[in-house]
Design a binder for this molecule. Structure first.
Ligand SMILES: [Zn+2]
Length: 180
């Protein structure tokens, strides 16, 4: 059984780690993000889709917070979207309306961001490889998405609501590039 003090020390360590990783970010915002909107996975948290330990993939992780406080952590955008399209399978009894927070990791800053932020873009069909192979890469801002798409041969730049099950299946099968 872990004491509250040890947990606190661990969390502080994670915060410091994040600050070191993000030298350009202010001191306040990462703390606020961690405390409020975007929870970080514990070492024991596994991706519900593939079973991998999520904390090993800080540059790709994504998750949900349901209205009842339940949290889900995924190793990658691909597993995150796959779960989203099959919530009834991985979270029986829960529906899209029960999702309070949906977050992904911005590729360039490695920081958690609201997946439904109107500025978020998702680059499909690029040559970038995540923990599960080819993926749909979250990037904040159209300009950054265009840069990523150009540098890594992306096939499509999508808003959150434009990502379809077909895109995710494309990333899960056949080498991951979107096949049409
Ligand atoms: Zn996964």
């Amino acid at each position: 059984m872990e004491t509250g003090r040890r947990r606190l020390l661990k969390q502080t360590g994670m915060v410091l780690g994040l600050l070191v990783l993000s030298p350009v970010s202010g001191l306040i915002s990462p703390l606020t993000l961690l405390a409020d909107s975007f929870p970080r996975p514990a070492k024991k948290d596994r991706c519900p889709v593939c079973g991998m330990f999520v904390h090993k993939y800080p540059h790709w992780m994504a998750g949900y917070v349901f209205t009842d406080g339940t949290k889900a952590f995924h190793c990658s955008p691909k597993c995150f979207f796959h779960n989203l399209f099959h919530l009834d399978k991985y979270h029986p009894g829960k529906a899209l309306d029960d999702l309070k927070v949906i977050w992904v990791t911005d590729y360039y800053t490695a920081r958690p961001v609201n997946a439904r932020d109107p500025e978020m873009r998702f680059v499909a069909g690029s040559t970038l490889v995540g923990p599960m192979g080819w993926d749909i890469v979250p990037v904040k801002g159209l300009q950054c998405a265009e840069t990523l798409s150009r540098d890594y041969f992306g096939q499509e730049i999508l808003a959150f609501g434009e990502v379809t099950e077909e895109h995710i299946q494309g990333a899960r099968k056949g080498g991951g590039r979107v096949t049409k």
